[in-house]
Design a protein around this ligand. Structure first.
Ligand code: PLP
Length: 386
């Protein structure tokens, strides 16, 4: 049985999205900047996609800019805010558990003179509000905190962060990387009180190579790409029409039955968690109690997550040991920041869900996982006895 449980790494493009993309490539392939009918038609497609994304986050369409990926959205905010505000202050506050798309850009800005604070997290990967309050200064220019952590699924209290920021200085800009939260938890930009929000298409059943960035009306940061002036001069380059149209369609589908879809993901996740708890001893659950419905991180003590991953792969079950983009590295900076022991880090497996997963799949996963864990533990103890 094919079971894909790595939906935080990427998702399958759904047929509706593939269909829209194909049509945009083969029939409605005009350039939205062209003045004739095909261009006007392409512009309409672009407008509809923008409207779909805007509605899903309670923004207005002119606050939504299409990018190539979540990484580009993140980098645009960090570098753009730094360039336009570094005369007003040098401090940028983020967390130690952000995606490398944030962390590497922060390191780059440190070389340019930024005073970056990497907040610690609590042992369950939740936000440390006391540390934040202590780090927040009046001359902070940007706070960038991810909405949902990609490895643990913890949800960061963005609304509360906004309230604390406002107590200190209402002009401090707030960015959230919503790559893992979009279409999984509420990403209403007004409720969250964010100035910027990053989104990625391939995490929500659209294609790779398309993302979006919400920029609150009235804010101006340096454009990331300069040239032909597309995206209101903010992001030049002929629009990735198939990708954008596909993202618009993915969002339309996801919004159609949002509550039931999210409830289904949560139900399947908790079904697998209960099965694992009942059948496999010596585990540590790394995801917090209150968690995104899409992520479950568990350490199987006495095992290597990587070996489990490859054992499960033989039965066409796909899981991961950390975020896919950084899984080539040793260890996980997120689990390290949570204070896990080396054994717990080595034995960690991330299961990440979409609405395509079923309870029947979870029965199969648990059966295979139990066998894989038992055989690895047996081998390891036999090896130790020698
Ligand atoms: N931010 C988070 C939290 C992510 O999980 C990822 C990808 O895994 C990214 C950013 C990067 O997104 P993209 O792959 O679209 O560049």
């Amino acid at each position: 049985m094919f079971v894909y449980l790595d939906n935080s790494a990427t998702t399958r493009v759904i047929p509706q999205v593939a269909e829209v993309m194909t049509k945009t490539m083969t029939e409605d392939f005009g350039n939205p900047s062209s003045l004739y009918r095909m261009g006007v038609n392409a512009e309409k497609i672009l407008k509809q996609a923008r409207l779909n994304v805007a509605r899903a986050i309670n923004a207005s369409p002119d606050e939504v800019f299409f990018t190539a990926c979540g990484t580009e959205s993140d980098a645009t905010v960090l570098q753009g805010v730094w360039e336009s505000r570094n005369k007003q202050g040098k401090r940028i506050i983020t967390t130690a558990v952000e995606h490398p798309a944030i962390l590497r850009n922060c390191e780059y800005l440190q070389q340019k003179g930024a005073d970056v604070v990497y907040l610690p997290v609590k042992p369950d990967c939740t936000f440390d509000m006391d540390a934040f309050k202590a780090a927040l200064t009046e001359d902070t220019i940007l706070v960038s905190v991810m909405h949902v952590n990609n490895e643990s699924g913890s949800i960061m209290p963005i609304e509360e962060i906004r309230r604390e920021v406002n107590k200190v200085n209402k002009n401090i800009l707030l960015h959230t990387d919503a790559v893992q939260s979009f279409e999984k938890v509420d990403t209403d930009v007004k409720k969250l009180g964010v100035d910027f929000m990053s989104i990625s298409g391939h995490k929500v059943h659209a294609a790779k190579g398309v993302g979006a960035l919400y920029i609150k009306n009235g804010l101006h940061i340096r454009p990331f790409l300069m040239g032909g002036g597309q995206e209101k001069g903010f992001r030049s380059g002929t629009e990735n029409m198939p990708g954008i149209a596909g993202l618009g369609e993915a969002v339309r589908v996801a919004e159609e039955n949002k509550a039931q879809r999210i409830a289904k993901i949560a139900e399947v996740r908790s079904y697998l968690l209960d099965l694992i708890k009942a059948n496999i001893p010596d585990i540590k659950i790394n995801s917090p109690e209150i968690c995104a419905p899409s992520v479950l991180n568990i350490s199987f003590l006495g095992c290597r997550g990587e070996v489990l991953l490859h054992t499960l792969e033989q039965d066409e079950i796909y899981v991961s040991t950390g975020s896919a983009c950084s899984s080539h590295k040793k260890g996980s900076h997120v689990l390290t920041a949570m204070g896990l022991s080396q054994e717990e880090i080595e034995g960690a497996v991330r299961f990440s869900f979409s609405e395509e997963n079923t309870k029947e799949q979870m029965d199969f996963v648990c059966e295979k996982l139990k066998a894989a864990v038992e055989s690895q533990r047996r081998l390891r103890s036999a090896f130790k006895r020698r």
